[in-house]
Design a protein around this ligand. Structure first.
Ligand code: 13P
Length: 237
């Protein structure tokens, strides 16, 4: 099997002020300097620039947590791909289950945003995953197939498999469940697939060891310096 560089992304969600983000990144960089992982930090919009400025000269990349598909216009509260590129942001998370659940995002809307982001040269982490009710009803593959069907393989595209029942619940998918879902996703779309959902320092290595798990999208544990640094170390091999 070819060597893969694991891709570890920190999704801070609606957490960390500018001051907190700056302090965190200053302390994180020396702690992860020796890891072999590709580390991506996803701060809230307001903290993108301070994180970008601090990661110059390192291998760390910065991603936004959302963007709108239009180039400009009357879309109050939204941010375009070009606005992110102007800040030297390299990537964007799209279709997170919290965006789908709380902000009404649809598969088609996510697809339009993915296309717009890639067209502007941003890398994309596109999130998919089934709810607990869907898994219990035996619909996991059907849901994943539907969510993947609107995406097209691209060098700039990474998919994050985030089972909704595992997000923020402490209920991590077992390595076997993650592996099965990742293999299924890759049978549909030839892109790297990250796992997200209660990734912690003590389960990161086991998840990363699965043949089709190409990295992690970390929520809660990415807010804590030592936890996130430990996940970066545990995931590299
Ligand atoms: P937790 O790691 O807090 O479960 O969040 C996962 C997630 O949603 C990352 O995008």
């Amino acid at each position: 099997m070819p060597e893969r560089t694991p891709y570890i992304a920190a999704n801070w969600k609606m957490n960390k002020t500018v001051a907190e983000a700056a302090e965190f990144v200053d302390a994180l960089l020396p702690r992860i300097a020796a890891t072999q992982s590709d580390v991506v930090i996803c701060p809230p919009f307001t903290a993108l620039t301070p994180v970008v400025e601090r990661r110059y000269g390192t291998a760390v990349k910065v991603a936004a947590q959302n963007m709108h598909e239009e180039e400009a216009g009357a879309f109050t509260g939204e941010i375009s791909a070009a606005m992110l590129v102007e800040l030297d942001v390299e990537a964007v998370v799209l279709g997170h289950s919290e965006r789908r659940q709380f902000f009404g995002e649809t598969d088609e809307g996510v697809a339009r945003r993915v296309e717009a982001a890639l067209a502007q040269g941003l890398h994309v982490i596109a999130c998919i995953g089934e709810t607990e009710a869907e898994r219990e009803a035996g619909e996991t593959e059907e849901v994943l197939r539907r969510q993947v069907s609107v995406l097209e393989a691209d060098d700039g595209l990474v998919v994050a498999y985030e089972p909704v029942w595992a997000i923020g619940t402490g209920k991590t998918a077992t390595p076997a469940i993650a592996q099965q879902a990742h293999a299924f996703i890759k049978s549909l779309l030839d892109v790297p697939v990250l796992y997200g959902g209660s990734v912690k320092p003590d389960n990161a290595a086991e998840l990363a060891a699965q043949p089709d798990v190409d990295g992690a999208l970390v929520g809660g544990a990415s807010l804590d310096l030592e936890s996130f640094a430990a996940i970066c170390r545990a995931s590299s091999h």
